[in-house]
Design a protein around this ligand. Sequence first.
Ligand code: PBG
Length: 331
Amino acid sequence: MIIRPRRLRSSSALRRLVAENRTHPSQLILPMFVREGLSEPVPISSMPGVQQHSLDSMRRAIAAAAEVGIGGVMLFGVPEHKDAEGSGAIDPNGILNVATRAAVAEAGDALVVQTDLCLDEFTDHGHCGVLRERTHPVTGATELIVDNDASLERYREMGVAQAEAGSQLLGLSGMMDGQVAAVRDALDTAGHTDTPLLGYAAKYASAFYGPFREAVQSSLQGDRRAYQQNPANRREGIREVELDIDEGADIVMVKPAMSFLDVLAEAAAVSSVPVWAYQVSGEYAMIEAAAAHGWIDRRRAIEESVLSIQRAGAEAVLTYYATELAEWLRR
Ligand code: PBG
């Protein structure tokens, strides 16, 4: 036998030297929930270790994140009052915009403060856009659907409000057609030509968003299958990536991560802009639940999961483990 692949696995120094991928803190982005009116953080039961932050606890968490050198934070707002139009998203004094200003003041240039641009946290019906009545083409029944183009008008205003609050990267997660082009145009018209856009290009209607619904106290009835993608479809995910790039996305994302690694790998192969992936709430919850039972080694599972997402092609990973993982990497 001449060829023995095990030779390169025979010592830890050799294994480290030939590693094709490694995680660096700067490639990690921490999603954070900031809830209006809190004086103390509130734990999220389906995501042990993750909290709804008060403004103060958010500032402390951002300082800790900056200390270990992660690349950024992605802010989600949880407003006290919701309405059909999601007005709190556009209000400069809405929780997400207030939190953004506080986050930027805390972070300085140490990390990139990013914001979720979607209406679902702000609407009383919990959908990512505004609703419109229609007559069902087959049954003739009257029903409510998410109105794509009316939602774009709201996204345009939300984008400008976020840029004005100081957000350094807008994450467009609503899955409306044309959302990247619409927000780009609104920002450019308002003079925010240098604010970059992250398109959640290939975003699937996933069961793995379950715990997120608790995190943002979502009021959603039903599901998002009329705008998010069918998990059955790979080609469609690539089409969405290409469309977002054509519309001016500076970065594209695949989400969830672990059940869509094939889509991620293909997106990374075809994309001319950076490709990121989001290890979502349900992926976090599964690792936590199994580890709590002693069924898997928590730290190894976390490291392996994030490394797998990088190996598939993600240049940065949104993960609720960002700060903890970065701490381990520093030691
Ligand atoms: C929409 C949004 C969702 C997530 C991120 N942005 C929820 C959804 O699409 O239903 C899910 C993130 C997670 O599960 O961790 N604003």
